[in-house]
Ligand binder design. Structure first.
Ligand SMILES: [Zn+2]
Length: 258
């Protein structure tokens, strides 16, 4: 299974920077998990193949690229873009994004081949299929309704927390799995901003350390994601100081073979 966190910013030379402003993970070049930089950073091969987008929640850094992605592909689509999300998230993006005021309501539009945007609501705890991937959504502890995922291609399985603060249910589900190929877990703020992290329901290296004590698969590679770009260096340093084996930062743009 191929996994890539798409870039979302450029450095002063116009090259993709290591910092993550937006959240968009692409699996096997054909399924997107969150859509932060979906329109901006996908390769042309990925643009041709991605017709399934799975959302963790409706915060802007996780959906920003979705309206533009659909718009860019509008005329040429031969099948709709399928958006998988909880019904709460679908309601929010229909009400606040695809409302004609911010952007067109693509779910009411079609091109010469048919529908443009199709919603596939899922419930937490139930498995669903997105292309070749079997996905299970697990509720996490964020400021708005948010899910993490267990994602499997039949051979390999990985877990992703999305944005979250301290949680228990997610760990129970993840710990019931055997031989996870990777765990992607958020760590947005440095330790100094613990209060802000609490208010906004995010983790710091210190609270991440506590969370990882609940994770029972000691040999599983763990990758930190969703670091706020302005605190990137600090968070990376503090994560390294935890001295946890198998714990690394997920590198923006890099293709991981799980
Ligand atoms: Zn969020």
């Amino acid at each position: 299974m191929k996994l890539q966190l798409l870039p979302s910013t450029f450095d002063e030379n116009g090259c993709a920077s290591a910092r993550q402003h937006l959240s968009c993970f692409v699996v096997d070049d054909c399924v997107a998990i969150d859509a932060g930089s979906l329109a901006m950073a996908t390769s042309s091969a990925q643009k041709k193949q991605i017709r399934n987008v799975i959302l963790t929640h409706a915060h802007l850094d996780h959906i920003a690229g979705l309206p533009l992605f659909i718009d860019d592909l509008f005329a040429g689509l031969t099948e709709p873009i399928c958006v998988f999300a909880t019904s709460e998230v679908i309601e929010i993006i229909e009400r606040d994004i695809f409302n004609w005021a911010i952007y067109p309501r693509f779910s009411e539009l079609s091109n010469k081949n048919g529908a443009i945007l199709e919603y596939h609501p899922f419930r937490t705890g139930e498995e669903f299929l997105a292309k070749h991937l079997r996905v299970k959504a697990v509720e996490v502890n964020h400021k708005v309704p948010t899910v993490g995922f267990l994602i499997s291609d039949g051979e390999t399985k990985f877990a992703l927390s999305s944005d979250t603060a301290e949680m228990d249910g997610f760990w129970e589900v993840v710990n019931a799995e055997k031989n996870l190929a990777a765990l992607l877990v958020e760590c947005s703020f440095p330790n100094e901003l613990e209060e802000l992290a609490q208010i906004s329901h995010h983790l710091t290296p210190k609270t991440l350390q506590k969370e990882l004590k609940k994770f029972n698969q000691k040999n599983c590679p763990i990758y930190v994601i969703n670091i706020k770009p302005m605190y990137f260096d600090e968070v990376v340093r503090q994560v390294a100081e935890l001295n946890i084996e198998n714990l690394d930062i997920l590198k923006v743009g890099q293709v991981y073979e799980l």
